[in-house]
Design a protein around this ligand. Sequence first.
Ligand code: SAM
Ligand code: SF4
Ligand code: SF4
Length: 381
Amino acid sequence: MLARVIPLVDHRQLLDRQIAHSLPNTLPTIDVWDRLQRPLRDLRISVTDRCNFRCAYCMPKEVFGTDYPYLPYSSLLNFDEITRVARQFIALGVKKIRLTGGEPLLRKNLEVLLSQLAKLRTPEGEAIDLTMTTNGSLLAHKASALKAAGLNRVTVSLDALDDQVFKRMNDVNFPVARVLDGIEAAQLAGLTNIKVNMVVKRGTNEHEILPMARHFRGTGIALRFIEYMDVGATNGWRMNEVLSSAEVIRLLQTELPLVQLDPSAPGETAERWGYANAQGQYDPALGEVGVISSVTQAFCGDCNRARLSTEGQLYLCLFASQGYDLRQLLRDPAQSDAQLAAAVNAIWSGRTDQYSVLRSLRGPDTASGPGRRVEMSYIGG
Ligand code: SAM
Ligand code: SF4
Ligand code: SF4
């Protein structure tokens, strides 16, 4: 049988029973801060480790073949468990929840989960910002049901407009037109603030940067260019395949003048650039692009994101090699909500992760670090 590559779980069980039983019994509603003074604001929940694409930078076919041992259904957090744990995160300061995967739209009845999450409120009584990252392949059929269930907005991944390039990159021969149909369906369904993520790999799709920009300019959809990252342990990452955000902006400027914009929120991962009019000023009607420079410009300093894997492991960094097992607490009838919240509080308060900063100190061509890193398809982007 094929060796399983992921998940990577902390078998030391950091939340051993002794600790769990000593946790307080009243539900805290407080802002928690980690050891580098970063608040907890953003929770990314992976709802499946499966995907119908085989993007080489994420789930290369040679590793994620037909006999790859995905998680059994019983390992997955069910919708009530996800909602329960999300409620505790919100009590500790989370304002935004992003569903991801694998491909989140492969999870059956996802609208049910969305409707449960949409009912949650912050301690101040506000709704949370509920969003999703998807490859868009199933969006055309599902957009209106997702919107009706409470999804606020969506990010669709699309790496090229040219069909041959895109089919090569998703490696399952999936055509661009169906993703574009999905984006259109999302717009028609009333999902706002739609974004498109394009991972740029030197030698693979950099010639698609300008066509993608031309296509989405003036549509109200923000295109974001993501540097190819050294996530996981299976994509064979090399620094010389990274096209830096600075190069992307330079290339765009040769045809489409841009002006830099202020970040829209603290902890924002993308640097924003607005299309300029003939007078060289930002023209909101033309819209904006974003660049996410995870490799060349570390943004750990205000990283406020926690990640929950499909089976309930909490990861404090995209590049972590170990998670914290929340499922054992969720499935222990002796554990109250308050104890669960206190456990999350204790974990976040001890957080010191800043992988990208440390990598830039180590030097440009190193994707190493302690331990084997978890896969992106397991904890989501
Ligand atoms: N399947 C969904 C999708 O593709 O949108 C959601 C999960 S995917 C892991 C989340 C995001 O991570 C996508 O936008 C994808 O392009 C990005 N991603 C995956 N591997 C990456 C890598 N090695 N470098 C940069 N971005 C990556
Ligand atoms: Fe699937 Fe998304 Fe990974 Fe591509 S990036 S293989 S669509 S999970
Ligand atoms: Fe956050 Fe880790 Fe990325 Fe730094 S490397 S920004 S800590 S997820």
